[in-house]
Ligand binder design. Structure first.
Ligand SMILES: *[C@@H]1O[C@H](CO)[C@@H](O)[C@H](O)[C@H]1NC(C)=O
Ligand SMILES: *[C@@H]1O[C@H](CO)[C@@H](O)[C@H](O)[C@H]1NC(C)=O
Ligand SMILES: *[C@@H]1O[C@H](CO)[C@@H](O)[C@H](O)[C@H]1NC(C)=O
Ligand SMILES: *[C@@H]1O[C@H](CO)[C@@H](O)[C@H](O)[C@H]1NC(C)=O
Ligand SMILES: *[C@@H]1O[C@H](CO)[C@@H](O)[C@H](O)[C@H]1NC(C)=O
Ligand SMILES: *[C@@H]1O[C@H](CO)[C@@H](O)[C@H](O)[C@H]1NC(C)=O
Ligand SMILES: *[C@@H]1O[C@H](CO)[C@@H](O)[C@H](O)[C@H]1NC(C)=O
Ligand SMILES: *[C@@H]1O[C@H](CO)[C@@H](O)[C@H](O)[C@H]1NC(C)=O
Ligand SMILES: *[C@@H]1O[C@H](CO)[C@@H](O)[C@H](O)[C@H]1NC(C)=O
Length: 302
């Protein structure tokens, strides 16, 4: 739980600004910031991120603010923000605004950090919605285990799976990037064979991949589910997480999911598949996946 923040802080890309407001006031509530300040275990992680515009979101206004829904935690991708204000850093802006318009309050939406401390609803469960590199990051944090962060450190994470009700991974890179096979870039951190997105080589005898990055193998081989329900959302027109890996498999699905929702329309780019699926995200948290109907743009896949 602590370490995901260490991870996330590496990927936060933001400028320093003083005001955190636009449509909905960004940042954490003063009440939650106070809670974090009082709880010294959280202190070193600088969760409040007051120095970042759109770096965080969530919290109660006061001790009696109600939490009636299962809170949702958003995990944004690399080089993005949680709740920014332009096309290069929107993060989960559209989902957060859509969820608020549909009855969620700020005490039921968290991002940039894992707000378990303040989410004292009866069952203590949360929903998690992640995007891009935030998908593998959050899957690792939920499954837990020992991760060797090369020159950084070895971290041990306790499994959080039993605390997650519904998990949604959007445009993830769970089986790697095929472009990482290109030898001129295969050594860079995002592509390498240890923590990167190296997809491995095709073993022509067994028709499976060998030598996928250690990090991907570790989370894909771990059978622990990411939540009671686990879903993938992806687009065949994703220009970043290019959809296909070996054998026509999709990189954005993952072995423990219950179902994938695949958009087959050029409107759905890497970021648009996150933004335009806000309604589907909300429905997935509130209805059983079998009840969701396919459309001309969206097919279900198991
Ligand atoms: C935004 O915040 C600033 C400083 O806190 C305040 O002066 C301004 O009224 C706020 N604007 C809105 C729209 O809330
Ligand atoms: C945010 O947290 C840091 C340490 O984690 C602390 O130094 C800072 O004072 C906090 N900001 C606010 C506004 O409480
Ligand atoms: C506590 O916050 C809620 C909104 O979350 C508000 O409706 C209520 O009036 C607040 N109570 C006090 C005592 O400020
Ligand atoms: C979007 O925001 C980022 C960071 O705040 C900034 O660097 C970039 O110039 C902005 N882009 C536009 C088009 O406003
Ligand atoms: C490999 O990557 C380099 C640098 O981005 C690029 O110039 C080259 O065309 C790529 N090779 C192939 C086969 O795609
Ligand atoms: C499998 O076959 C393909 C061509 O069909 C070749 O490019 C690839 O290197 C082979 N993989 C291995 C591991 O030998
Ligand atoms: C493609 O996916 C199927 C089903 O998950 C799996 O059995 C197969 O090994 C995968 N193929 C490759 C080449 O990874
Ligand atoms: C490998 O699996 C793919 C589907 O994942 C299939 O189309 C292909 O024929 C298989 N190749 C061999 C050599 O079995
Ligand atoms: C996506 O749509 C095209 C037609 O626009 C169709 O040919 C193709 O089979 C579809 N792909 C999938 C995986 O459904």
């Amino acid at each position: 739980m602590k370490s995901i923040i260490t991870f996330a802080s590496i990927s936060i890309f933001a400028t320093i600004v003083t005001s955190q407001n636009s449509t909905y006031k960004r940042g954490l509530t003063d009440h939650f910031i106070q809670f974090l300040n009082l709880n010294k275990n959280y202190y070193p992680y600088n969760f409040n991120r007051t120095q970042f515009f759109g770096g965080s979101f969530g919290g109660k206004d006061n001790d009696t603010s109600p939490i009636t829904k299962v809170p949702v935690v958003f995990v944004h991708g690399a080089a993005d923000m949680l709740y920014g204000d332009n096309d290069s850093n929107n993060g989960f802006r559209y989902s957060i605004e859509y969820f608020i318009q549909n009855g969620y309050t700020k005490s039921e939406i968290y991002g940039s950090m894992w707000g378990f401390g303040d989410t004292s609803n009866q069952k203590n469960l949360v929903d998690v919605i992640s995007h891009s590199m935030g998908v593998t990051l959050s899957r690792a944090a939920i499954k837990g285990g020992e991760f060797d962060l090369e020159d950084i450190q070895i971290i041990k994470l306790n499994s959080l799976g039993s605390r997650i009700r519904t998990y949604i991974g959007i445009a993830g890179i769970n089986y790697g990037f095929m472009v990482c096979l290109n030898e001129t870039i295969s050594h860079i951190r995002n592509c390498d064979k240890i923590l990167g997105f190296y997809p491995g080589m095709l073993d022509n005898k067994t028709n499976t991949t060998i030598d996928q990055s250690k990090f991907l193998q570790q989370i894909n081989q771990n059978k622990a589910k990411e939540g009671t329900y686990a879903y993938s959302i992806l687009s065949l027109y994703d220009q970043v997480a290019k959809p296909y890996v070996y054998g026509g498999n999709y990189t954005s699905v993952f072995p423990t999911m219950d179902m994938a929702f695949i958009f087959n329309s050029s409107l759905y780019t890497h970021c648009q598949v996150r933004d335009l699926s806000a309604e589907l995200q909300l429905r997935l948290l509130n209805s059983y996946h079998e009840d969701i109907k396919e459309t001309s743009e969206m097919n279900k896949f198991i």
